[in-house]
Design a protein around this ligand. Structure first.
Ligand code: ADP
Ligand code: MG
Length: 399
């Protein structure tokens, strides 16, 4: 689960971490009111979308030379003019894809006099089984390019969960950032605070880019991206409440209501599969046959009729889907039960595209018989290869 920059900063501030003052705004009027609560005379108006690269982003509706999603304003009137230009328009950044994201919220924040921009992020590193802190003197710009072109400028420090964050970790961060004196102490302190925030809030990822050194010698969090371990959200109701569903794919939101693991992809063939590994294999074999999956969808081990119906509706609501491939392995859940679910769901949703079903496992013959006698145009397949060939052929024929 992701949250907005301003929400992330508000969470970090509770851990004593330095952030510039700022207020979120949903309307131009709110943006003006927000600016009036800040000292000025320099303000920054920032688009709040769940994507980075806003500063260098472009608004679809504005001329190509218009400013991006992070704008300096030198007066309240300039805040107002910028807010008017940004709200409701679509910001395209390297992280949004071509479609971009509509800007529905702004963050009006204090303008900071920047002396240097650094990079600091943390993530759960599965390879080491630790939390990794990644720091670089090259903040503010595209960190992927730094990692690619000058990897020696990136330092990774891993923290053993058994010891937690130790003073030497803080010193290693400060050393990697080449900071001296008072700033060195601040770097050690802020990395300790960020580690505490990360573990306390069950973050999956926390990225500060940039972490800035101000001209008056302070370290400040100027931008943050935070994501959380969804499985831990039950113990952070306050964080869960920050979820902004308008930032998420509507079909993914619908899927999460039924506990379906669904991810929208760019292809033509909708997939409904039980088990993540089987779903991956199904996507691979569709590609092997020359087409692309329209989604990843794992209905899980305990799929019942309600889940199967919900999954069908989600797949069919995607206008890109030209055919559906159901690939289910009946283990604890028997094939006849699944077949009944598929038939009921296909009737309920008024099937408009070819449907190929491959069932295997317990009671498979009974399951196939239910599909065959349903009167629905369901194409049965014997194995995964057969199923993929059949759905590709069906879709090509229908086209
Ligand atoms: P993004 O990473 O989405 O482009 P950032 O918040 O990192 O957005 O902003 C981009 C750049 O804008 C920063 O690297 C920094 O140089 C500048 N900037 C952002 N916030 C402020 C601020 N409050 N004061 C001064 N400059 C800022
Ligand atoms: Mg940034």
């Amino acid at each position: 689960m992701n949250i907005h920059e301003y929400q992330g900063k508000e969470l970090l501030a509770k851990f004593g971490i330095n952030i510039p003052a700022g207020v979120a705004a949903l309307t131009v009027e709110e943006a003006v009111a927000a600016a009036k609560t800040l000292p000025g005379p320099l303000y920054v108006v920032k688009a709040q979308i769940h994507a980075g690269g806003r500063g260098k982003g472009k608004f679809k509706e504005l001329p190509a030379d218009a400013k991006g999603g992070v704008r300096l304003a030198k007066s309240v009137a300039e805040v107002e003019a910028n807010a008017r230009e940004m709200l409701g328009n679509t910001l395209v950044t390297i992280q949004t894809g071509d479609a971009g994201k509509q800007v529905n919220r702004l963050y009006v924040t204090d303008g900071v006099d920047i002396a240097a921009e650094y990079y600091l992020s943390m993530l759960v590193d599965r390879a080491s089984g630790r939390i990794a802190m990644i720091v670089s003197t090259e903040g503010g710009m595209d960190i992927e390019a730094v990692a690619h072109d000058t990897p020696e400028r990136i330092t990774t420090i891993t923290i053993d969960p058994a010891t937690g964050f130790m003073p030497h970790h803080g010193r290693a961060v400060a050393f990697a950032l080449k900071l001296k004196g008072e700033l060195n102490k601040q770097a050690a302190k802020i990395s300790q605070q960020l580690y505490t925030a990360f573990t306390t809030l069950d973050c999956a990822m926390l990225e500060i880019n940039p972490l800035v050194e101000t001209t008056d010698g302070n370290l400040l969090v100027l931008d943050t991206k935070m994501s959380f371990d969804t499985n831990a959200m039950f113990r952070h109701k306050d964080v869960e409440a920050l979820r902004d569903e308008t930032e998420e794919d509507p079909m993914e939101v619908e899927a999460s209501k039924y506990d379906l693991a669904y991810i929208k992809l760019d292809g033509d063939i909708g997939c409904m599969v039980n088990g993540a590994g089987l779903a991956m294999a199904t996507m691979d074999i569709i590609k092997l046959n020359g087409m692309f999956p329209a989604n990843f969808l794992d209905v899980g081990g305990g799929a019942n009729k309600e889940k199967v119906t919900a999954a069908f509706k989600i797949i069919l609501s995607d206008p890109a889907v030209k055919g559906i491939l159901v690939n289910i392995f009946g283990g604890i859940m028997r094939c006849d039960t699944i077949a009944e679910g598929i038939v009921a769901a296909a009737r309920e949703v008024d099937l408009s595209v070819p449907l190929v079903v491959r069932l295997e496992g317990t009671n498979v013959e009974a399951g196939k018989a239910i599909l065959a006698s349903s009167g629905l145009p369901i194409v049965a397949a014997d194995d995964l290869g057969d199923a993929a060939r059949k759905i590709v052929a069906e879709v090509k024929q229908a086209a």
